[in-house]
Design a protein around this ligand. Structure first.
Ligand SMILES: *Cc1c(COP(=O)(O)O)cnc(C)c1O
Length: 389
């Protein structure tokens, strides 16, 4: 009976055990809120792990992205280049500052921001004026590039870094899914002027909810911290010179984060091993292929994701999802691409063929770091069985 089978989840939190004494310490001492030593300890640990000078913990990854755009000076009516194939948070953060996302399609191998399209947009559709770049069609200033490291695989960071320098744009990495990944030996989050991480429940390590912004610029880190605490200039008189936000991470969450940092490398290794298992087990099934890993990167393999070609496999990705669900195996298509999102309907006029194909065919498979080899074999067997039916 399938109802007696143990569920195999897609990406659930995986505590290491080291979190408990640290969280208990918060509860016993009463340091449970937005002040406390674990917040700065967690910030220091993530900053040194990534190799960044500064880190600011936030209440979510989305909050980190919002603050990143604010401190980078992205303003109302600016434009920001964003991955079209992304979780919507990256686009929403651009909207929060009153700017407009310009969506760029993915490349077909690693499913990251297509660098050729970025270059042709900047060279052909924009014009420099007084040290700034303007979109010829809209007249708006193009202020930043915001690549999302989709599924934990780094975007082409060396090219993005040189393009952003060439065109005087701020490079902000949405590294929410890619903590622990690197490009040419340098961690994601370190390549841009700002990098943003998420510790939401489904990410590689989690604080329940939370995020972090990393940067080498001391002034930007200080500004982000200031804005995240309601821009309070006087702690006694409550004087505020600006409109700020309540975006700070709590000490309890940070304590959990410190415990999770102890096991981050183990989590990365396990997720990579899961990807390699699926590669071995599934790549030979007709109509099934995995996301390719670039030779330039070490991916944290946050979510192992296959493409399902229905003409060769015999089922669509959605049909396979339903078949797996009957065996208590959780899987999920990629997000609706931004140009198809009703929330960003204005983008619908452009063509995004790679995003469309990935949206139709991609299916993320169970990738939790606590899955056993037996769990993985069950997933592979279920896919093999579906191929025959
Ligand atoms: C998880 C995620 C975020 C941030 O999510 P929060 O839930 O706000 O922490 C942003 N971008 C991407 C691509 C994500 O996957």
């Amino acid at each position: 009976m399938s109802s007696e089978l143990k569920p195999v989840p897609l990406s659930a939190p995986h505590m290491g055990g080291g979190e408990l004494p640290l969280v208990t310490d918060c509860l016993q001492t009463g340091w449970i809120s937005s002040v406390g030593s674990y917040v700065s300890r967690f910030e220091n640990e993530v900053a040194s792990y990534v190799g960044s000078g500064h880190a600011v913990a936030t209440s979510s990854g989305t909050a980190a992205l919002h603050l990143a755009l604010l401190v980078a000076g992205v303003r109302k009516n600016d434009e920001v280049l964003v991955s079209n194939l992304t979780f919507i948070a990256a686009a929403n953060a651009v909207s929060y500052v009153g700017a407009f996302p310009v969506f760029i399609d993915a490349e077909p191998d690693h499913w990251q921001l297509d660098i050729k399209l970025v270059r042709s947009f900047l060279e052909q559709e924009c014009v420099p004026r007084e040290g700034r770049l303007f979109n010829k069609k809209t007249g708006r200033r193009v202020a930043a590039i915001l690549p999302v490291h989709v599924l934990g695989h780094p975007a082409e960071l060396a090219s993005l870094q040189s393009l952003s320098r060439e065109f005087s744009l701020t490079l902000i990495e949405d590294a929410s899914e890619s903590l622990g990944s690197d490009y040419r030996g340098v961690k994601t989050g370190k390549w841009g002027q700002i990098g943003c991480f998420s510790f939401n429940g489904n990410k590689i390590i989690s604080t329940g909810g939370g995020g972090m912004l990393v940067t080498d610029r001391q002034d930007w880190a200080a500004k982000a911290r200031y804005l995240s605490t309601q821009a309070k200039d006087d702690p006694i008189e409550y004087i505020h010179h600006e409109i700020g936000y309540n975006y700070r991470l709590t000490n309890v969450q940070a304590a959990m984060g410190c415990g999770q940092m102890e096991v981050l490398e183990a989590r990365v290794q396990r997720r990579r091993a899961i990807f390699h298992f699926y590669e071995q087990a599934l790549n030979k099934i007709p109509g099934i292929s995995l996301q390719k890993i670039s030779a330039e990167v070490r991916s944290n393999c946050w979510l192992s994701t296959i493409l399902v070609d229905p003409t060769k496999f015999g089922h669509t990705s959605r049909e396979l999802r339903t078949l797996l669900a009957r065996d208590q195996i959780e899987s999920r298509p990629l997000w609706q691409p931004m140009h198809r999102s009703p929330a960003y309907a204005a983008a619908a006029e452009n063509k995004f063929p790679v995003s469309d194909l990935l949206y139709q065919q991609a299916l993320s498979l169970p990738s939790c770091s606590f899955l056993s080899d037996g769990d993985l074999q069950r997933v592979a067997a279920a896919i093999q069985n579906a191929a025959r039916t």
